[in-house]
Design a binder for this molecule. Structure first.
Ligand code: LLP
Length: 420
C-alpha cells in the first residue's frame, strides 16, 4: 500500500482534506501527521480477509503507540501485541482490552508479568525456559494460571535487513526449534501455566509471502508433535505483518497475504486452530508523514546539503538502518532541482534523513518525509536536548493535535543538581 491518503491538490500536499502547509503553520514543525482513513483502510485490509475465519488481528503497539492511533484500532475491534507494561498501560488508556492483548518480548520483568496477569492479558508469548519459570512463580504468587504460548524460532530466512530479521538461529529471540518440543513438555508440567498456543516472529519489512509459509509449516509440524505429547494448542501466532512500499518495493496485497496463510493452515488440516497476526508497520507506516521546514541550503565541495529542522532524534530509521524514506515538497516549485543530502541539525554525521535527493527548495520551504507512521515517533529521542515533535491526526477536513510538542523545561524536569 502506498500513501493514498496523502496527495497533491493544486501542487500542495494534503493529508486527506487538509493542506499540509496549513498543518505546519498551525502546529509547527517537525510534525508527525497521521491519516485516520489510512489507518482504518489498512486495518480493514487485514480484518476483512479474516472475516468468517478463526483469525484475529493484534496491532503491534511498538510501531506507533500514540493513544489516538491505538484508539482508532480499538474502535475497529482490534487486539494488541505489547512488549512492555508501558505499552499495556497505553492500550488500556486508549480503550483497548487486556483480554484481546498478547504480551511478547524476550525480557519481561516479574513486575511486568504481574501487571499483565492482574490486567488479564490473553496470552504471554514466552521466549525461554528461565522466563517460563519466572512466569510460573509470578502466577503462583498471584494464585492464577498464566496463559502461555512459546515463541519458537523457526530458523527461516526472512530476506530482510539483518537488524530487523529475528527468526534466524543467530538471533536472540525465541526458543530454538530443536529444543521446542522439550520446552513444551517442561511448560506443561508447571502448575501455574496454561499452555494454549505457539508463536513466532521472523522479522519485519518482509515483502514476500514465502518466508511466512515456511515458518507456518515448521510451526505446524511442531504442533503435531507437541499434541502427540499431550498438549493442546488452540492458536498459532504468525507474528508481524507485511512490509510496505517506501521506494519501489512491491509487497503482496494484504488480503492475499492473510487469505494465503489461512488457506495454508487449513490445507495442512489445522483449520480448527485460531490464527493470530501481529502487524505493525503495514497498519501505520504509510498512514503517516513527518513534516519539516528547510532552515538552510549549504552548498559543499562534494555534496550540497538541505538542513532541515527534523533530525535523527525525530526519525531514527535512516541513521539506524540506512532506511530510505521518500522526501517530497509540501508545495511544489517550478524552479530548477538540485541534488542534495537532507540532513538535520544534530551533531553527528549519521544525522541524515535522505541522500542524493533531487529537490527544488528554498529556505523556509516545507518538506514531507514519507512513510513515517511506523517506527517513527516511537523511536524518537531527546538527543541534543531536542523536544520531541508534536503529532496530529487528520480525519477528513479536521485535524486534531494528538500529542503536544514537548517543551524544553519538561526535558529536565526530573533532574536535580547536587546540594553542594
Ligand atoms: N510482533 C513482534 C513480536 C515483533 O517483534 C514485531 C516487530 C512485530 C510483531 C511487528 O512487525 P511488523 O508488522 O511491524 O513488521 N524498528 C524497526 C522494526 C523493528 C521490528 C521489531 N519487531 C524499523 O524501523 O524498521
Amino acid at each position: 500500500m502506498t500513501q493514498s491518503a496523502f496527495s497533491y491538490v493544486d501542487d500542495v500536499l494534503h493529508a486527506e482534506g487538509v493542506s499540509a502547509a496549513s498543518l505546519a503553520e498551525q502546529f509547527g514543525t517537525p510534525l508527525y501527521v497521521y491519516s485516520r482513513s489510512a489507518l482504518t483502510e489498512a486495518y480493514h485490509a487485514y480484518a476483512d480477509a479474516c472475516d468468517g475465519r478463526r483469525a484475529k488481528i493484534h496491532v503491534a503497539v511498538k510501531a506507533n503507540s500514540n493513544l489516538a492511533v491505538l484508539n482508532v484500532f480499538a474502535r475497529l475491534g482490534a487486539g494488541f501485541d505489547i512488549v512492555s507494561a508501558g505499552e499495556l498501560a497505553r492500550v488500556l488508556a486508549a480503550g483497548g482490552k487486556a483480554e484481546n492483548t498478547v504480551f511478547s518480548g524476550v525480557g519481561k520483568t516479574a513486575a511486568e508479568m504481574r501487571e499483565a496477569l492482574d490486567a488479564g492479558v490473553k496470552c504471554f508469548n514466552v521466549e525461554s525456559i528461565p522466563e517460563l519459570h519466572a512466569l510460573n512463580e509470578v502466577a503462583k504468587a498471584a494464585g492464577k494460571k498464566a496463559p502461555v504460548s512459546l515463541r519458537v524460532n523457526p530458523d527461516v530466512d526472512a530476506k530482510t535487513h539483518p537488524y530487523i530479521s529475528t527468526g534466524l538461529k543467530s538471533n536472540k529471540f525465541g526458543v530454538a526449534f530443536a529444543d521446542a518440543r522439550a520446552t513444551y513438555a517442561q511448560a506443561g508440567a508447571m502448575s501455574n501455566l496454561d499452555v494454549i498456543g505457539i508463536d513466532c516472529h521472523i522479522g519485519s519489512q518482509i515483502t514476500e509471502i514465502s518466508p511466512y509459509l515456511d515458518a507456518v509449516d515448521k510451526l505446524l509440524d511442531l504442533v503435531e508433535q507437541i499434541e502427540a505429547d499431550g498438549a493442546q494448542i488452540r492458536h498459532v501466532d504468525v507474528g508481524g505483518g507485511l512490509g510496505i512500499t517506501y521506494d519501489d518495493e512491491t509487497p503482496p496485497d494484504i488480503g492475499d497475504f492473510v487469505r494465503t496463510l489461512l488457506a495454508h493452515v487449513e490445507k495442512r488440516g489445522h483449520g480448527q486452530r485460531e490464527v493470530y497476526f501481529e502487524p505493525g508497520r503495514s497498519l501505520v507506516g504509510n498512514a503517516g508523514v513527518l513534516l519539516t521546514r528547510v532552515e538552510y541550503l549549504k552548498p559543499g565541495e562534494e555534496k550540497n546539503f538541505v538542513i532541515v529542522d527534523a533530525a535523527m532524534n525525530d526519525l531514527a530509521r535512516p541513521a539506524m538502518y540506512e532506511a530510505f524514506h521518500r522526501i517530497v515538497p509540501v508545495v511544489k516549485r517550478a524552479a530548477q532541482a538540485h541534488v542534495y543530502d537532507v540532513v538535520g541539525p544534530v551533531c553527528e554525521s549519521g544525522d541524515w534523513l535522505g541522500r542524493d535527493r533531487e529537490l527544488a527548495v528554498e529556505p523556509g520551504d516545507l518538506l514531507a518525509i514519507c512513510s513515517a507512521g511506523a517506527y517513527g515517533f516511537v523511536m524518537s529521542s531527546n538527543y541534543n536536548t531536542r523536544p520531541r515533535a508534536a503529532e496530529v491526526m487528520v480525519d477528513h477536513e479536521r485535524a486534531r493535535l494528538v500529542r503536544e510538542r514537548e517543551e524544553v523545561k519538561q526535558l529536565f524536569a526530573g533532574e536535580s543538581i547536587l546540594p553542594e
